[in-house]
Design a protein around this ligand. Structure first.
Ligand code: FAD
Ligand code: NAI
Length: 475
């Protein structure tokens, strides 16, 4: 007996669960299948983002930031604390609680929108008439048929050759979020987004953290001025970052891990650590989908090949999020999920790939939208730049957090905003104004003419816009 749905979504991460809800809002009969379980074996929809990514990492970043503030900055406010201690078990329990609230929130939303949820693994089956059914394996095996299928199976961590994760000493993002004690020495391979965020958490709590990065430039995808400013701050915090390294043999011992590597000068080095996080990028997740059997086309990275509308080579089969091309970001997955549901309904779902914000939740936070200065130079675009430091912002001084700046890049002829780059307090929130402005193709003059509340960090955005025309008022 097979249940028939208008739309079946495989995966309930940000791409999948949002696609399912949007499709249900549009009047379709929708099923969503997801295999993630929590420690008790219960369904835990929300994907990597909710269970082992965005949400738990931000929970730990918040706890560790409070600890660092208490340890290093409360004194400036006249607050003294005796016997400051970090209860790691409690911090982890709080994080798990935050994750659970999100899992439950998604189950509630499924109910509210009448999305049928299947807990298990979905894989394609070919039917005799050339269509597809999805077999669900799990606690309650089922066969479901859908007129339209959206694959949103996400990604999994890449491991180093010959060094599988054991989540005890060699950790992926999952183990990095579950360490039950602060390691004395923590090694991280890859100084990308996970390396910097997880390195920050454990450094703030007292670990000696060393990041080994293969590339010779630090955070090469960000605007160069921003990466330089962030690097200065990370150096001050004691995050040791070695660039241009070549990681060689890694030995797992009883007490920890030894990494043999060549430094940028080619000299042989060893790093002995208690725990090693490997954060060298992620691989699209298609294993178990039975993609080959139904002829679903995959790329070299194991990603599902899609066109700009997220259509796969199979009629009626779509794919969104980390499992397809583009940045592996939750909000990008969500945008694609919504757009696909709308396209299925005959609407013109749209994703502006040029306007996906990037945020790194370190201290200082790093956020940007649009193009970097080095990209504009390489593309031969004539531009004007304006920068405003948080040091000159009253709210930042009151906060006691004056690191960084807001930087505007605008077209030299039309003044249209081409990129906004922020390093500093609440950059993750401030970047939204830049996205709105750029979506409406605003000029820097437009932002400069808008009244911003005083005192607020957002005044730095207005001042950076004024700086494009060399007329900042407070710097
Ligand atoms: P996923 O979230 O990976 O969800 C896919 C779901 O499908 C999973 O539950 C998986 O188990 C399930 N699944 C897979 N195959 C099957 C199958 N055959 N049958 C049934 N279910 C299946 N992004 C941000 O934008 N902001 C952040 O702050 C951020 N922080 C991150 C921190 C970390 C440590 C990590 C690892 C990632 C972070 N990301 C962040 C990236 C973000 O998590 C991903 O971009 C996002 O989760 C992708 O969503 P998705 O829906 O494509 O896939
Ligand atoms: P990443 O792509 O951000 O960084 C990986 C780093 O590892 C790169 O700098 C790369 O040069 C380096 N590297 C690769 N192989 C190496 C090797 N053998 N030795 C040394 N260095 C090596 O990937 P990461 O940090 O694993 O995160 C995966 C994805 O998750 C990110 O691309 C991002 O999309 C997403 N994410 C987003 C976050 C956010 O939005 N705040 C937070 C965390 C993750």
């Amino acid at each position: 007996m097979s249940d028939t749905f208008d739309v079946i979504v495989i995966g309930a991460g940000p791409g999948g669960y949002v696609a399912a809800i949007r499709a249900a809002q549009l009047g379709f009969k929708v099923a969503c299948i997801d295999d993630w379980k929590n420690e008790k074996g219960d369904p835990a929809p929300g994907g990597t983002c909710t269970n082992a990514g965005c949400i738990p990492s931000k929970a730990l970043l918040q706890s560790s930031e409070y600890y660092a503030q208490a340890a290093h900055h409360f004194g400036e406010h006249g607050i003294s604390l005796k016997d400051l201690k970090m209860d790691v078990a409690k911090m982890l329990a709080r994080k798990d609680g935050v994750v659970k609230q999100n899992n439950e929130g998604i189950l509630y939303l499924f109910k509210k929108n009448k999305v049928t949820f299947f807990h298990g693994r979905g894989s394609f089956l070919k039917t005799v008439d050339g269509g597809y059914e999805i077999a669900v394996t799990g606690d309650k095996p089922a066969i479901v048929t859908g007129r339209q299928i959206i694959v949103a199976t996400g990604s999994r961590p890449r491991q180093l050759p010959d060094m599988p994760f054991d989540e005890a000493t060699v950790l992926s993002n999952e183990g990095a979020l579950r360490m039950t004690a602060v390691p004395k020495k923590l090694g991280i391979i890859g100084a990308g987004v996970i390396g910097l965020e997880m390195g920050s958490v454990w450094r703030r709590l007292g670990a000696e953290v060393t990041l080994l990065e293969a590339l010779p430039t630090f955070l090469g995808m960000a605007d160069e001025q921003v990466s330089k400013e962030a690097r200065k701050a990370f150096d001050k915090q004691g995050l040791k970052i070695e660039l241009g390294v070549k990681v060689g043999e890694i030995k797992r011992g009883k007490k920890g891990v030894t990494v043999h590597y060549a430094n940028a000068q080619g000299e042989a080095q060893t790093l002995a650590v208690d725990k090693l996080i490997v954060s060298i990028g992620r691989t699209p997740s298609t294993e178990g989908l039975n993609a080959e059997a139904v002829g679903l086309q995959l790329g070299e990275r194991g990603d599902i090949i899609v066109d700009e509308h997220c259509r796969t080579n199979l009629p009626g089969v779509w794919a969104v999020g980390d499992v397809v091309r583009g940045p592996m970001l939750a909000h990008k997955a969500e945008e694609e999920g919504v757009a696909v549901a709308e396209r299925i309904a005959g609407q013109h779902g749209h994703v502006d790939f040029g306007l996906i914000p990037y945020v790194i939740y370190t201290n200082p936070e790093i956020a940007w939208a649009g193009r970097t200065e080095q990209q504009l130079k390489a593309q031969g675009v004539a531009y004007k730049a304006g920068t405003f430091p948080f040091l000159a912002n009253g709210r930042a001084r009151a906060l006691g957090d004056t690191t960084g700046f807001v930087k505007f890049l605008a077209d030299a002829a039309t003044d249209e905003i081409l990129g906004v780059h922020i390093v500093g307090p609440y950059a993750s929130e401030l970047i939204a104004e830049a996205c709105v402005a750029m979506a409406f193709r605003a000029s820097s003059e437009d932002i400069a003419r808008i009244c911003h509340a005083h005192p607020s960090l957002s005044e730095s955005t207005k001042e950076a816009a004024l700086a494009v025309d060399k007329r900042t008022l407070n710097f």
